[in-house]
Design a protein around this ligand. Sequence first.
Ligand SMILES: [Fe+2]
Ligand SMILES: [Fe+2]
Length: 310
Amino acid sequence: MSGAANRIDSHKPLQDLDHWEEFLKDRYPEPEPELVGAGGSAEGELQKEKTWKRETTKFRDYRAEARPSVKEFYRLNHANQTLDFVMSKRREFLSLNHRRMGIWEAMEYLNTLVDDSDPDTDLSQIEHLLQTAEAIRRDGHPRWMILTGLIHDLGKILCLWGEPQWAVVGDTFPVGCAYSDKVVFPEFFPLNADYQIPAYQSSTGIYEQGCGLDKVYMSWGHDEYMYNVTRDYLPTEAQYMIRYHSFYAAHKERAYTHLMNEKDREMFEWVRKFNPYDLYSKGEDRPSVESLRPFYEELIAEYFPPVLRW
Ligand SMILES: [Fe+2]
Ligand SMILES: [Fe+2]
């Protein structure tokens, strides 16, 4: 009875796609709310130090705390996301010739993604999308940002087309240049074939200093795909939120600034504003899909045509 039962499927190492995001939540714990407005008081400083200690402990332990399946997921991701792989996926998917459907239809399509999670206790994909959007709406943000919360993860439909998990989700990072040790599990990068190519391993690699992220190829996943599906219809801030929401090394750790230009620096403030809604809005309460639907159908129609190319 050894082996088979415990073996991790290299296509689907994660039992549940959300285990990746749960790992991120452990690595980047939610800032304590009492810190807000604590100013420079002694108590505030003490709290800050406590939080800092707790967070650095978390940082140090993320490897130990990660599920074996999450570790395996990152190993596969870092080993296989080469510049060649990225270019081939861009050719395959960015022609947007896979399907034609509207946004709500895509939400329902994503909802057919079944993993090994428990349908009684875990929220469906649509419920997750609505939670993110509703949290943004509650805080009074503009309508385009609510819409961004709703759609930002729809690129996960790539899983329904047979793409392995490590080519759909996971923190993204630039390919064709040196890997930052601020990317999680950097110890897996030597497994990547690009690691042996000196031209790809200088700090700027195939790019130029300050060239701007638009010229940089990111590891392939749901972010870049969804950005390309929706880019013509959304404001620039929303495009950045969608395109770089999994680029944790940049928006959380401030790595890769040498590739950014002024516009990136400005727009990443919006990516940072978006991240808490992405990472911490997933609560226990089930949003009512049917009662929220009219509001969101109207919002979708405000920005998108009835049918988009996917
Ligand atoms: Fe995402
Ligand atoms: Fe998300």
